[in-house]
Design a protein around this ligand. Structure first.
Ligand SMILES: Cc1cc2nc3c(=O)[nH]c(=O)nc-3n(C[C@H](O)[C@H](O)[C@H](O)COP(=O)(O)O)c2cc1C
Length: 392
């Protein structure tokens, strides 16, 4: 399927729904329980307005953004998404390659279907590694060591999966690890021949990073079973302290939502926090990241780099997040949809759509440089915006 005709991220989502069997599309799309949190993430952006400033020279617009020790071409990156090769063979490496070519960061998932070493070969300066802690401590420390040896710039500890969530679409579809396809699922999948061809050619994708620990001869199914037994593991503040000692480069915690937790993470010396509710996939009552961002900022100030993800579907959403004080934004489903639809081209398309929308909206609001973007551009429908008045 060609992604050329996609005008926006929603088009890519619709194309992905057509190409993928329901069991696979629902895994990407779905959230926990009633999917209120999923809806809340997107809605949080719609409650805020960007108030345009005109009569400004916006003939040259610069959306580059400094993050840690690098300058990226855009203020967004690719969030970690597990089991991506199920939607498009080699999807993890396509995400890595497209990110490097676009000069944005790519976070390899802890349940990726390619290895740390393979991603480091393709995108050595743009890959970060997201860690899921294993029950066997030696596995966790080995994964950290491998990411370190591969020269990856940041380790991202995801903390918002203390238990396996109740994602009802997956339960209804019989999606689990290891994957056991029911006859009805197979019949529905047969109506998506392009996907079926890829699946038959490449087989069930394997969690490559875990294969070494599951036994040299382990099949994809056996590795998936191993991962299901090893995760989720209990992770505590003591573990974070230990990871801080083990990891010499930038350490990011993903999934912190409470300002008191942000303060504690800052005290441990983490460099960044991705405020996230896992794309509405863990706790249906969780706030949207944008809703807790002000309290997080007030609590940690500049001590920790605050980033957010969840519900970003337009370039304007990214600008709204930046105006609210986020330093950087990540997207999960948009680039994964691109990969599912059209492989590497589709990921590039998703990045390009967001990048062009950012550029146009910057022009429209009179912001030539992201450093100028602050809360004075905001008006919230709840009445909390500053609308051109500098606070204090
Ligand atoms: C299919 C899928 C798989 C995901 N896998 C992971 C993962 O392995 N590790 C992780 O930290 N987050 C994972 N996430 C959450 C994303 O990193 C990110 O927080 C979320 O997708 C952001 O919301 P968005 O999809 O609305 O952009 C996954 C999300 C999706 C949709």
């Amino acid at each position: 399927m060609r992604s050329d005709g996609a005008l926006n991220i929603e088009d890519l989502r619709r194309m992905a729904r057509r190409r993928l069997p329901r069991i696979a599309f629902d895994f990407i799309e779905g959230g926990v329980e009633d999917e209120h949190c999923l809806a809340r993430n997107e809605a949080s952006f719609h409650r805020q307005r960007l108030v345009p400033r005109y009569l400004v020279d916006i003939s040259r617009r610069d959306q580059s953004a400094a993050l840690f020790d690098r300058k990226y071409a855009s203020p967004f990156g690719i969030a970690p998404t597990g089991i991506a090769a199920l939607f498009r063979p080699r999807a993890d490496l396509m995400l890595a390659e497209a990110a490097a070519a676009a000069n944005i960061p790519f976070i390899m998932s802890g349940t990726s279907t390619a290895s740390i070493e393979a991603a480091a070969k393709i995108a050595p300066t743009h890959t970060w590694f997201q860690l899921y802690v294993a029950r066997q401590r030696a596995i966790t420390t080995d994964l950290i060591q491998r990411a370190r040896d591969a020269g990856l710039g940041a380790l991202v500890l995801t903390v918002d999966v203390p238990v396996t969530p109740k994602r009802e679409r997956n339960i209804r579809n019989g999606f689990g690890l290891p994957l056991r396809l029911r006859p009805s699922t197979i019949l529905e999948a047969l109506t998506h021949p392009a996907w079926i061809m890829g699946y038959l050619r490449h087989g069930m994708p394997r969690f490559d990073n875990w294969a070494a620990y599951a036994g040299a001869e382990a099949t994809a199914q056996a590795v998936a079973g191993f991962v299901a037994r090893e995760t989720p593991a209990t992770v505590t503040w003591n573990d974070l302290e230990e990871f801080r000692r083990l990891w010499p480069r930038h350490l990011v915690v993903k999934g912190i939502m409470h300002h008191a937790d942000a303060v504690r993470a800052a005290a441990i010396g983490v460099d960044g926090i991705i405020i996230s509710n896992h794309g509405g996939r863990q706790l249906d009552q969780a706030p949207a990241p944008l809703e807790v961002l002000p309290a997080m900022r007030a609590a940690v100030g500049d001590k920790v780099t605050l980033m957010i993800d969840g519900g970003v579907r337009r370039g304007a959403d990214i600008l709204v997040a930046l105006a609210n004080g986020a330093r950087f934004i990540f997207v999960g489903r948009p680039t994964l949809s691109g990969a599912a639809v059209d492989g590497l081209r589709g990921v590039r398309k998703a990045i390009d759509i967001l990048r062009r929308e950012i550029d146009l909206v910057m022009g429209q609001i009179g912001c030539a440089n992201l450093e100028e973007l602050d809360e004075t551009f905001l008006l919230s429908v709840d009445g909390h915006g500053t609308n051109g008045r500098r606070p204090g």
